[in-house]
Each structure stands twice: as C-alpha cells, then as structure tokens.
Design a protein around this ligand. Sequence first.
Ligand code: HEC
Length: 441
Amino acid sequence: MSRLYDWLDSRLKLKSVERTLLDEPIPGGASWIYVFGSATLFLFVLQAVTGMFLAVYYAPTPDHAYDSVQYIENQVTFGWFVRGLHHWGASAMVVAIGLHMLQVFLYGAFKPPRELMWMVGVVLFLIVMMFAFTGYLLPWDQTAYWATQIGINMAGTVPLVGDFLVKVLRGGETLGALTLSRFFAVHVLFLPALILAGIMLHLFILRRVGPAGPWDEAKAAAGSETFYPRQVYMDAVVMLGVFIVLAALATLVPFPLTDKADPSDTSFVPVPEWYFLFYYEFLKHVHGPLEPVATWILPGAAVLVMLFWPFLDWQKKVRAPASRPLGMALGVLFLVFVFSLLGISLKNLYAVKRVDPAIAHGKALVKQFGCTACHRIHGEGGAIGPELSYVGDRRPEREWHFKHFRNPQSVSPGSIMPKFPLTDQELHDLTSYMLSLRRET
Ligand code: HEC
C-alpha cells in the first residue's frame, strides 16, 4: 500500500496535496461549532447524487412529469427512498446553510479579511434558493404548478424588468411545457455549474485567508490544531448523523403528490415549502399600494444588505458578540421576524388542514341555499326551524339527513322545510357539515 502511495507520489506529488488538504491550521483548535459548513457540503453531494438517479427516470414534459415521478415513487426499486432523500435533503440544506450563516454571524467570522468569503457564501445561499424554486415545479402536481405561478407573478411586479423576468422564467404565454423544460435545465445543468464554481471559490478563499477561529483573541493565540484528525472526525460524525436523520425521514414520513397539475383549476390554493412559508404569510398581510414592498422591495433590500453586510457593519474589528450588542440585536430581530411569521403560518395551515373539504363545501351550501332564513347556527339566523348549532349531537345518522333533505315531510310530517334540489354531492357535503355541528370539539 505504502509502496503504491510512494510510486503515485513520485509522479503526482501527492504529499504536498495531502498537506494542503489536511494540515490546514485551525486557530484555537477543532470544534463542533465549525461543522455546519461541511454538513452543507455533504448535503450538496447527496443532492447531486440522488438528483442524478432521479434524472434517470424523470421526464420533463407536462404529459409525463407527474407520471414519471409516480413511477419513481411506486415502481422503481428504492425510487421512493432516493426521492425521499432528495426531498428531505433540500430542506436539510436550507437548515444547514442557515445554521452555518448563523455561526459565522455570531462569531463575526465575516469581518475583514473574510468579506469576500461571506459574499460568495450569500451568493451560494441564493443559488440554493433557486434550486428549491426550480425543483419545486418538477413533479408537476397542483401544488407545484400553482406555487410556481405565484413565484413568477411576484417576479412580474418588479418595475421595468418585471415583464422581462416573467418571460425568461415562463418561456411562453402561460406556465406550460416551455416553463417545465427550462426549469428542469436550470435545475440540473445551469445551477449545478454555478454552485460548483461558487463552492470552489468559497473554499479557495477559505484556504487563502484561513479559518477565523474563536472570537476571543487570547484563545485563538493559545495555539492551533490541524484540520486532520479531530476536525475531520467531527465533520464525519455530523455527516453520518445527517444521513441517518434523512434516511429515517425518507422512510417514515410520506409526502404524497397532490393531484396532477390542472392549469384550469384556478381555485387551488398552493402551500409553499416550509422555508418559504414565513414569506408567504408576510405576503398575505400586505395589500394594495404596499404590495411591491413585499414582492420585491423588501426581498431585494434584504439580499443587498446581507451581501454587503461586512462593509455595512460599523464594528469591523470587534468580533466578540458581547461587544457588538446592536449588531446582535439586529440579527435577533431578523430571526424573531422570520420565526414568528413561520409560526403563525404553520398554525393557520394546521387549522385549515383539519377542516374536511366536504364540510367546508357543506358550510358554503348553507349560505348559498339560505338555510339561516329559518335556522339559527351559532348565533346567526331565524327561529322558524330548530337551531342547528349542535344538530350533529341530536341527529347523528347520515341516513336520516339524506332522507330528510330529499323530502323533509317523509321524516317530519307537516314540515314546512322546503325540498331543495340537491345533487348527490351537495346532499353528501351538506350532511357532512350537519354531522360536524357537535358540542365536543
Ligand atoms: C323555510 C324554512 C326552512 C328553511 C329555508 C330550511 N329549513 Fe331546515 N327545517 C325547517 C323546519 C320547520 C324544520 C323542523 C321540521 C323538520 O324536521 O323538517 C327543519 C328541520 C331541519 C333539520 C332537522 C333538525 C332537527 O333537529 O331535527 C335539519 C338538519 C335542517 N332543517 C337543515 C336545513 C338545511 C341544511 C337547510 C338549507 C339547505 C334548511 N334546513 C333550510 C325549516 C327550514
């Protein structure tokens, strides 16, 4: 083994490469807090590998995309697992980058001389977001289609270049085959090329300026430790941990496709991925003349501030968090903003999910048919007929309601309640709503 190594080394000069790769000094020594960057790198590799296998079966056309994803999920050996890893890997990537940036921010590691490294990092983060946006459309289900529609419409609100952006993103007059093939091309060719270049630049700069180490100068000066073996070991443990978590998620948590995309069904309300949720919530609260603030002014400003933060930062030499309270407060404020919106959004989503669509439809029918002219439901309506607020407790059988709605007199002789011309679907949904009106929650 070592003879082979010597032979290769005499030709390829491996020993000096080995030294650059493994003997990089870390000021203050190895630490678990430095693992997020390599965790992100690991996730990138995982996304690349799983993505390659998905691309073997995936067909980027509106006629076949949905079916090909279903085929991967149900027919291809371990297809569901690879798709699961890719799906959860994307989320994990956002988490890992977020933690990495948080650590760099907390440690003041973006400060001189590491401004360029931070800026390339922000660009990498934006590329990851573009991966998420373009990847979301590919399964071509209802959620994918309508969420992308929203994203493209937002780009259209940017002044001057909005129309151009929409054209570039969509490719045609409507979201369709041209959009899908360009999203696919960007997702599997353009962005990977860009991100590879970005990662190499990021690591190149790291090697030139070296890792920042602890903010405490005395600690940093106390001595350094090489990257190998302890930091390599810590990074490897975290990578293994990340993989185990993702494998568990892919195996245990199903994430079924919604229906195949139907461009004519404009009533579909899409839900974006969780990492766009806080923003989705924010959009819901901004209307009218303020809309551009939400759709492009604020995001644009946020990106610029993030990108140029090392230059905007007024305490260029101070790294310890305790000595830069205002910078820390701004960071915390930003996190509170994002996580409060995310919390509200998740709460609303959960509330919506619990309402069965049949019940929601039944409720709408009660309005439509004017049932409250005669019935009171939770404080609203007349007193000609019995109050219905808790009718589900009193009349729990579906069959009874069917009979009653078809012909009220058949079960209540002499009833003045009219026979409504209900379709089977309406009969069914109205009954579901009646049965849901119960005292217990
Ligand atoms: C013109 C007044 C009137 C309208 C409009 C009306 N109802 Fe009624 N409804 C009554 C009367 C009177 C009764 C009591 C006699 C009976 O059971 O048919 C009744 C009974 C009921 C009952 C049985 C309640 C019980 O506790 O036994 C249900 C359920 C009901 N209505 C649902 C509806 C729904 C849903 C609509 C709208 C699609 C509706 N009603 C519209 C007058 C009305």
